[in-house]
Write a protein that binds this ligand. Structure first.
Ligand code: FES
Length: 191
């Protein structure tokens, strides 16, 4: 049976799973560690720490969606391929409205996340309880503008800012991350 090294949150892995569904191919999923540098088993097997990786029944390895799709194109789709594709399209609204994410949050109930150390560009801005909705707007060649009530919290739990709106650095050049300090104007940031 095919083995797919993947993670649920990875959109490339998700795309491969959809194609395997449309092909009617059974497969085993192997979960990988969240960060590439932690994936020693995958690195030893496939010589890469990137996902997805597909291992065929004959042991051959296909790394990344480009290689995997090229291999899967050689297979004959099964009789239900078109119907599965249609249902994939039918469920686009649910995917775009993040039904999966809401269900996962519901499952987790009161569980709290550990602090995560990451780059400001990876930061997620969430509603504070007393606000109904926040808006994130990317300004042209400038920061990410957040309005509607925002609390910016550092990895160690320190509240860096709390207020109605904030400008977060998108260019990566700010000396006051995660906030914009205007550096984007001096480096001709295009984004
Ligand atoms: S977007 Fe303003 S300093 Fe980065």
């Amino acid at each position: 049976m095919l083995t797919l090294y993947q993670a649920e949150w990875c959109p490339f892995s998700s795309a491969v799973r959809e194609v395997l569904t449309e092909l009617g191919v059974d497969f085993v999923t192997r979960q990988v560690e969240p960060w590439p540098e932690e994936r020693r088993e995958l690195q030893a097997l496939a010589g890469t720490d990137q996902i997805p990786v597909l291992q065929a029944e004959d042991g051959r390895l296909y790394r990344g969606t480009r290689e995997i799709f090229a291999h899967l194109r050689e297979l004959e789709p099964w009789q239900f391929a078109a119907e599965h594709r249609r249902r994939f399209t039918d469920h686009r609204d649910a995917r775009e409205s993040d039904t999966q994410g809401q269900l996962v949050e519901y499952f987790r109930a009161s569980e709290t996340f550990e602090d995560v150390v990451g780059h400001p560009a990876e930061a997620a801005v969430v509603d504070v309880p007393e606000a109904s909705r926040s808006e994130l707007r990317a300004s042209a060649k400038g920061p990410l503008l957040v309005s509607g009530g925002v609390r910016v919290v550092a990895a160690d739990g320190t509240v860096l800012y709390e207020g109605e709106k904030a400008a977060l650095c998108r260019c990566g050049g700010s000396a006051n991350k995660p906030f914009c300090d205007g550096t984007h104007k001096t480096i001709d940031f295009e984004g």
